[in-house]
Design a protein around this ligand. Structure first.
Ligand SMILES: [Mg+2]
Length: 142
């Protein structure tokens, strides 16, 4: 089993609808902290809202899969962008990824896991036998 990320990006915005169509991606399981959200952000940034919209308009589903256990905060954050979220996912365990894929009705071969951390996101993707897309860890100072 190859444990490397299948593709690497600087930030989530680089993952365009065109790329997703080209790569046959129909479901993005997405990490939350430092992938989509900076630690300081209490609500979704405009860039994130725009990205989610463009991805969805390409017919691609997004589900957030996070190890964060702050259920209320996550729900509040995800509500305005209308993205379902799974908290306390215990990545690199792949249980929650596999469940989310099954619930989505998308075949695993069309799913990717997107995240900033190899030891949780990339490994969880590999254990779930789906592709792993890695972004750089987002920091507050840009
Ligand atoms: Mg993260």
């Amino acid at each position: 089993m190859c444990l490397h990320a299948d593709k690497k990006f600087e930030r989530f915005e680089e993952i365009t609808p065109e790329l997703l169509v080209k790569e046959n991606v129909k479901l993005i399981l997405c990490d939350f902290d430092n992938t989509l959200r900076l630690h300081s952000e209490k609500e979704p940034a405009e860039e994130l809202a725009g990205w989610v919209k463009s991805v969805k308009s390409a017919g691609v589903k997004i589900i957030i899969i996070s190890n964060n256990g702050r259920k209320k905060m996550m729900k509040k954050f995800c509500e305005p962008i209308d993205v379902p979220c799974v908290w306390w996912a215990k990545k690199p365990l792949s249980t929650k990824l596999t469940e989310a894929i099954k619930d989505s009705g998308v075949e695993p071969k069309f799913a990717v896991m997107l995240g900033d951390k190899w030891s949780t996101d990339v490994l969880a993707a590999k254990f779930a036998k789906i592709r792993a897309y890695k972004v750089n860890h987002r920091r507050n100072v840009i």
